[in-house]
Write a protein that binds this ligand. Structure first.
Ligand code: ADP
Ligand code: MG
Length: 489
């Protein structure tokens, strides 16, 4: 088979070597008759040469990238030999990590990394030492991230920081989430000259992320995208301003709720000292438009320094993240609006009511010590009764927010007629007539009254109010009427 020379077996386990050997053999097999001795000797020389070439280790200096040189100079250690420590950070906490790292960075040193998409697919060690790509320091990539309802911060999206923490030199690569590349959370990749460096960095990072968090004391909600909870974005909501006088409920109802949610927080030290738990769960139930959301808004208004996470509808799927955040940022309130919707969500592909179980787990999950209040609202308490009664202790106060009785209706109509040139008699007459309607109805009624007058370009009169009452009550059994439960949100 083989022409001339001893057949050399492919050496131990070098794949390159057996490949070179195999391809030469093929030439041999195919063209053996036409190969003379000279050519054979030549081929053998080439083969030896190539074998030698492949076995020569590449000198390390050649594989170190310009970025690797920078980092190696700083760490004063062989970066190719250092372990990598990776810390994933939920997207909504990247801004906190950025603030913490910036604070640890005595002289701001962030440098970017050149290399386009390849950079995004390569780990930090691959950026530092690479036979195929010369990753170099370049401009830092930034993204702009909200830090409150009205402010933003420029946050490093791809950048390397060279830090000294507790006397240890540490290099940190910071990246934002990149769901397109399968990275659903932000990530820190840490290389340190000594293991203690990574430990020191992570503990300082965690402490500062908690202390300096932009989420602390804010009212936030999660807005997800299709990439799952890890990619949750945070929306900052302005804190509502709703005074007790704006909420019309039967005597004692609002104060009971406030005492439970706000009062327990105010007296947390006394309760803790007496060994009492702080975690609390309140369920507000009642027909649509009766003031459940308004009551929640009053609670948020009454707790200005408390972190609040408000989840409604679809975003309730972030309940686990919300509970984790609440624990970290306590004192905190987690609001779960219209929870009957998730209790009824029987998405078969995910098994029955997965969100309901997630929510119940979240309510269970926090220790009693946590100064966290869960406030749930629902139009249809019967859907939840079983789930909540199953394991007591999740909800320790359930309050009905009823439709207003006659006295409350008068109160509501006066409240929403405020500022309009209507006679007290006409407002009272309207309240008498509108039996069984909600607070939301009272608000919408006054809007319609103003609209009727505006359409005729004249000031509001008592007759406009009468006409609006008649029209709205006429729709009593129609969809409009039912929908009024959620008007004006
Ligand atoms: N009890 C109430 N007192 C004062 N206003 C109310 C009351 N109930 C409803 N409203 C008005 O109707 C609007 C919608 O009510 P909302 O609290 O959203 O109802 P729901 O019980 O469905 O959450 C409120 O923003 C408020 O303007
Ligand atoms: Mg509501």
């Amino acid at each position: 088979m083989h022409v001339g020379g001893p057949v050399r077996a492919p050496p131990r386990s070098s794949p390159h070597r057996s490949l070179a050997f195999a391809s030469l053999s093929t030439i041999d097999d195919a063209g053996a008759e036409h190969v003379d001795d000279q050519q054979t000797a030549f081929l053998e020389t080439v083969r030896r040469f190539m074998d030698e070439l492949i076995l020569i280790p590449r000198p390390q200096a050649e594989t170190l990238t310009p970025l690797g040189e920078l980092v190696q100079d700083f760490l004063q250690a062989d970066v190719t030999a250092l372990p990598l420590v990776t810390e994933d950070i939920p997207s909504h906490r990247l801004v906190d990590a950025d603030l913490a790292l910036a604070e640890l960075d005595a002289e701001p040193t962030a440098v970017g990394v050149t290399g386009g998409q390849q950079r995004d697919h390569s780990s930090f060690p691959e950026l530092l030492s690479n036979a195929f790509a010369r990753f170099a320091p370049g401009p830092v990539d930034y993204i702009s991230v909200a830090t409150s309802p009205t402010t933003e911060r420029r946050v490093v999206a791809v950048g390397v920081r060279l830090l000294t923490v507790d006397g240890h030199r540490v290099a940190v690569l910071q990246r934002n989430a990149h769901p397109e590349f399968g990275r659903n959370s932000a990530r820190l990749e840490i290389v340190a000259a000594e293991d203690a460096g990574a430990v020191a960095l992570l503990s300082a990072l965690r402490r500062l992320m908690l202390e300096r968090s932009v989420l602390r004391g804010q009212v936030i909600s999660f807005s997800g995208n299709d990439y799952g909870p890890g990619a949750a974005g945070v929306d900052f909501l302005p804190r509502p301003q709703v005074s007790a006088a704006d909420v019309v409920l039967p005597d004692g109802v609002l104060s009971d709720i406030v005492r439970h949610v706000v009062g327990i927080g105010l007296h947390r030290d006394a309760l803790r000292a007496a060994g009492r738990h702080l975690k609390r769960g309140v369920l507000l139930y009642g027909p649509p438009g009766s003031g459940k959301t308004l009551t929640v808004r009053h609670l948020l208004s009454s707790t200005p320094d408390t972190t609040a996470v408000v989840l409604a509808g679809n975003s309730i799927r972030f309940v686990t993240e919300a509970a984790e955040l609440a624990r970290a940022m306590q004192p905190a309130i987690v609001v779960l609006e219209d929870v009957d919707l998730i209790a009824e969500d029987r998405n078969l592909s995910h098994g029955p009511q997965p969100l309901l179980f997630a929510m119940l787990d979240a309510l269970d999950g926090l220790d009693g010590d946590a100064d966290v209040a869960f406030v749930l609202t629902t139009n249809r308490v019967e859907v939840l009764e079983h789930a909540l009664a199953d394991r007591p202790g999740r909800i320790d106060l359930a309050v009905e927010i009823p439709l207003p009785d006659l006295t409350a209706r008068h109160h509501l109509f006066e409240l929403y007629a405020r500022g309009l040139p209507l006679s007290a008699g006409a407002v009272a007459e309207a309240a008498d007539a509108a039996d069984g309607v909600s607070g939301a109805f009272a608000k919408e009624l006054m809007r319609r009254t103003v609209l009727l007058a505006a359409e005729q370009a004249r000031p509001v009169t008592d007759d406009d109010l009468r006409a609006a009452v008649a029209a709205l009550l006429d729709s009593r059994n129609t969809l409009t009427h039912q929908l009024l439960g959620d008007a004006g949100q």
